[in-house]
Design a protein around this ligand. Structure first.
Ligand code: FEO
Length: 403
């Protein structure tokens, strides 16, 4: 591609964005990326010119074209791979082949995971947590962030510019022609940041707390956070905003808000769901009522992040939970939410196993059941609907008492 068409974007005098925007991706390993994403890579114009991360394989030429708009790619001395997942490393072997860098750096575990993906082990140099690397006229250091969200993950910090290259951390799946968070609609920014945290980082919230503590203890001055997905947090106030959001989400204290999700075959489970919601809202507590016919598992995860009560409804189909509900339960169980109360309900024809199976999953997830589960045979009658209303009121009361 002609170098004048695709341009690098200047972030500071020494650092340029050379990534790619993936406007149309909608399925990111099971996460519905409704607004697309970006694969950010950054070029540090130090004495040793350094590329921080690469991009998903199909975007290799876009990366090279942006690099070519400011330097000859062959002048790159170092590549730092902060994370081996293929959205950041998919084109790494080809880039190594074309650029022929002196060295490629990854964490100790990154060396193992990259080698498990590609035949490049001999070209890799491991770096340790806290290690400084001289780029000639400036240094860069490394902060291991194991299991945020892969074993190999790390961040890189450029002290002279006060920039944190955070890889997946503090990112979001959001395609945009803007490169900075403050240029993006505030609602969209918070929504996508929250959705990303809920779907990618929630299981590792204790590690997020440790990382935030480490940033604090190290007294790390950060003017900008440069993630590998979505916009750059481009000034101190934006940096503080996202650090505060992460501290809040990682704590999982939850607002007094309830989330009901369900699927339904002939409308009975839906009818129960609507009356439970009525009981909750009637008590002055906010509730969201999401049908799995309209909402994706990753939307449910996003809504679950800040709710205090989770209420799940499923019909029984062939002695089992309804498939769409089973899908979401498997997914959110893996996200390991904490400090939730909840309840389950559902309709059935003759066997009615779904509520018991949901209860078992709730027990595994350590969700405190507020009351006995409610089942309705075929169609809920007035007695069942009254139970549903009262369940809603009880959940609301419990949420209010937790304040
Ligand atoms: Fe964006 Fe874990 O890769």
């Amino acid at each position: 591609m002609k170098k004048e068409i695709l341009q690098a974007v200047k972030i500071t005098d020494k650092v340029w964005w050379v990534g790619a925007v993936d406007w149309n991706i909608r399925d990111f390993h099971g996460y519905l990326t409704s607004r697309g994403t970006t694969y950010n890579a950054y070029l540090i114009l130090a004495d040793k010119i350094t590329l921080v991360d690469t991009v998903k394989a199909p975007f290799k030429n876009e990366l090279l074209a942006r690099i070519s708009s400011i330097i000859n790619p062959g002048d790159i001395s170092y590549i730092i791979s902060n994370h081996s997942e293929m959205d950041h490393s998919g084109c790494l072997p080809e880039i190594i082949e074309e650029v022929k860098p002196e060295k490629v750096f990854a964490s100790v575990l990154g060396l193992k995971t990259l080698s498990a993906h590609f035949d490049i082990e001999s070209k890799l140099t491991p770096v340790k947590d806290g290690e400084n690397l001289s780029l000639g006229n400036m240094d860069i250091s490394f902060i291991e962030t194991r299991m945020l969200h892969w074993p190999d993950s790390m961040c890189s910090y450029l002290p002279s510019e006060k920039l944190l290259f955070s890889n997946d951390g503090f990112g979001m799946h959001l395609a945009s022609s803007h490169r900075y968070s403050h240029e993006i609609d505030k609602y969209v920014l918070k929504y996508e940041c929250e959705k990303y945290y809920a779907n990618i980082l929630l299981p590792y919230s204790n590690l997020i707390q440790k990382l935030l503590g480490k940033i604090n203890n190290l007294g790390l001055a950060i003017n900008m956070i440069l993630p590998d997905h979505g916009p750059i947090w481009g000034n101190k106030s934006e940096v503080e905003k996202v650090l505060n959001l992460y501290a809040y989400w990682a704590e999982q204290k939850h607002s007094p808000r309830a989330l009901i999700f369900f699927d339904t075959m002939w409308g009975s489970t839906e009818k129960m769901a609507r009356i439970i919601a009525e009981g909750i809202s009637n008590s002055g507590v906010e509730v969201k009522l999401l049908s799995l016919k309209s909402f994706h598992r990753s939307d449910i995860a996003k809504e679950m992040l800040d709710c205090g009560a989770l209420i799940v409804g499923s019909p029984t189909l062939n002695n089992n939970i309804f498939p769409s509900v089973a899908d979401v339960m498997t997914y959110i169980k893996g996200l390991r939410p904490k400090n939730l109360i909840g309840a389950v309900f559902g309709s059935y024809g003759w066997s009615g196993e779904s509520v018991k199976q949901l209860e078992n999953i709730f027990t595994d997830m350590e969700i405190e059941l507020v009351d006995g589960s409610i089942s309705a045979r075929y169609v809920p009658d007035d007695d069942v609907l009254e139970k549903c209303f009262n369940l809603g009121k009880k959940i609301a009361g419990k949420l209010q008492n937790r304040l």
